[in-house]
Design a protein around this ligand. Structure first.
Ligand SMILES: [Fe+2]
Length: 180
């Protein structure tokens, strides 16, 4: 996993969009935004992922294959939707089994994008209420394990004034010590 500030230049969202020189972001800095991450080798990953799942109460899991082959007809609309800035009222937890892609998370209050480049073995927890988006990179495929507690809704709430006032958004800001 590698995280860095997104360069905000126009162009294909699947390109790295890394500043030159790069402006790296550490795991610790992400953790202060309540974005938690681990790297667990895919070979023999089960025990370690099970332990994190147990400790954090993720009782359920499934896999998602984000690729044209894996998604069929809904691929284009899904890809577009994933890259629209949004938040959820549930945590979004992903462990990458294959392929690669980028999660962009909004830093608050700077409003900068931080890009997290995810590879096999990376486990990422996005807290409820954080604005984020996702894109595939140029490999055009990611295979991910989704972990969850009970029945997540994962409804995307697009960024808006109304979403800014969502209790989960406000709760997130409180936990990172920003805002009311
Ligand atoms: Fe999301």
């Amino acid at each position: 996993m590698r995280a860095y500030y997104f360069d905000n230049l126009p162009g294909d969202q699947r390109l790295p969009h890394d500043y030159v020189p790069s402006r790296p972001v550490t795991r610790e800095a992400l953790a202060k935004m309540n974005v938690l991450s681990w790297t667990i080798p895919v070979e023999g990953y089960a025990a370690e992922v099970d332990e994190i799942a147990r400790a954090r109460g993720y009782k359920n899991r499934d896999t998602i294959d984000v690729s044209r082959e894996g998604m069929g007809e809904i691929y284009e609309s899904k890809i577009k939707g994933f890259f629209e800035e949004h938040m959820h009222e549930d945590e979004e937890i992903r462990y990458i089994l294959g392929g690669s892609g980028f999660f962009d998370v909004r830093e608050t209050p700077s409003d900068d994008w931080i890009r997290v480049a995810m590879e096999p073995g990376d486990l990422l927890v996005l807290p409820a209420g954080i604005y984020h988006r996702f894109t595939l990179d140029e490999t055009d495929r990611i295979l991910a394990l989704r972990l969850f507690q009970d029945e997540p809704k994962w409804v995307p709430h697009p960024r808006s004034e109304a979403t800014d006032a969502n209790v989960h958004r406000l709760g997130y800001l409180r936990t990172i010590g920003v805002g009311a």
